[in-house]
Design a protein around this ligand. Structure first.
Ligand SMILES: Nc1ncnc2c1ncn2[C@@H]1O[C@H](COP(=O)(O)OP(=O)(O)OP(=O)(O)O)[C@@H](O)[C@H]1O
Ligand code: SF4
Ligand SMILES: [Mg+2]
Length: 330
């Protein structure tokens, strides 16, 4: 069987969020662990886009950081083009993949060195990976990268603060492209931008994907953003995937009660005339998640089974009600 470019199996990450040892001794209290990612599996074929969506704290960024090797999983595995990154992965594995995967963050202002000119920022990965043999070749490559993201060669001499938010995101994308990656992981790439600028950046990302056959993992809490980009979308809630859907299917026909709740809260997706309800209820404390289906305190379809038993992912949905055939048409 041919493997997908990105393959994520039963990925887990626990954080120790205990009080310091001495406080525990003096004030009492157990060690506390937070399951930020609790058994997430999905795969992304080469050249395709997988989107991860969910409310704040659902574990999206933690997944992203494990995928690019910035964070070691507690369990499960990430496999990129057949190279395994897991709790027991050999040290060289991440290194071998480093050039081939890059991350673009929400706030390029925080991720671009403010004291460096843009030319140097973009040249840095070229230098680090030894991708140019002369200064001249390096400069040409920087010019080329700037042009690719719709900036001018003269912009190489400017500092990050001399750009608008959208332009800065273009710089961050140029820097990501500099190492000729195959996978780009974008964590909320457009959340900080105006809607019209967001659309421009997303269009640019699509063009680049086509041009270079890039594989994308896009993270967003905004379903409107990913609807236009994703070949597949995974919805996360409290560290778990609750629904995975193909293309626009999930947006037309959301099945999990949580996905429906999220979609109802997105204005430009709600059908005309339908009532728009905000996302209801609070996300529970992830240190002490509710038993059974962790969504049950917020779910209109919850019953006794939901309060007892965690639903398994079946045919793209993890929900007892969907499995039992109740409430899907609601
Ligand atoms: N280094 C850490 N130490 C302790 N807890 C952490 C750490 N990193 C993340 N968490 C916790 O793990 C959970 C998932 O966090 P994560 O940042 O992955 O969520 P997210 O879906 O990206 O949220 P957001 O939309 O706000 O970016 C949260 O409860 C968060 O507080
Ligand atoms: S398993 Fe139960 S509580 Fe969880 S989403 Fe489905 S119906 Fe709601
Ligand atoms: Mg995040």
């Amino acid at each position: 069987m041919k493997q997908d470019f990105v393959q994520i199996a039963e990925l887990r990450r626990t954080f120790d969020v205990s009080k310091p040892w001495l406080n525990r001794v003096l004030e009492g209290g157990e060690k506390q662990f937070l399951k930020a990612v609790d058994g997430v599996s999905f795969s992304v074929p080469r050249g395709k886009t997988f989107a991860l969506v969910g409310e704040s704290g659902s574990g999206k960024s933690t997944v992203a950081r494990m995928v690019v090797g910035l964070l070691r999983p507690t369990g499960g595995a990430v496999e990129i083009d057949g190279v395994k990154l897991g709790p027991q992965a050999r040290g060289g594995a991440v290194k071998a993949l480093r050039r081939r995967m890059q991350m673009v963050f929400q706030d390029p202002y925080a991720s671009l060195n403010p004291r460096w000119r843009v030319g140097r920022i973009i040249a840095e990965p070229i230098r680090a990976f030894g991708l140019a043999t002369s200064k001249r070749e390096m400069d040409m490559r920087v010019d080329e990268l700037l042009a690719l993201v719709g900036l001018h060669a003269a912009d190489a001499r400017k500092f990050p603060h001399e750009f608008s938010g959208g332009q800065r995101q273009r710089v961050a994308i140029a820097r990501a492209l500099a190492s000729k990656p195959e996978l780009i992981v974008c964590d909320e790439p457009t959340s900080a931008l105006d809607v019209s600028v967001q659309a421009q950046i997303l269009n640019l990302m699509r063009d680049l994907q086509e041009q270079f056959g890039l594989t994308y993992l896009i993270i967003s809490h905004n379903l409107a953003v990913v609807r236009h980009m994703a070949d597949q979308t995974g919805v996360m809630y409290l560290g778990r995937l609750v629904e995975i859907g193909e293309g626009r299917d999930m947006f037309r026909n959301p099945r999990h009660p949580y996905t429906r709740m999220l979609l109802q809260a997105v204005p430009d997706i709600a059908a005309i005339g339908a009532t728009r309800t905000a996302v209801q209820g609070e996300i529970p404390n992830p240190i002490t998640p509710p038993p059974g289906c962790t969504f049950h305190p917020r779910c209109p379809l919850a019953n006794d089974r939901c309060r007892r038993e965690a639903p398994a992912m079946r045919a793209g949905v993890a929900c007892h009600a969907v499995e039992e055939g109740r409430g899907e048409a609601a």
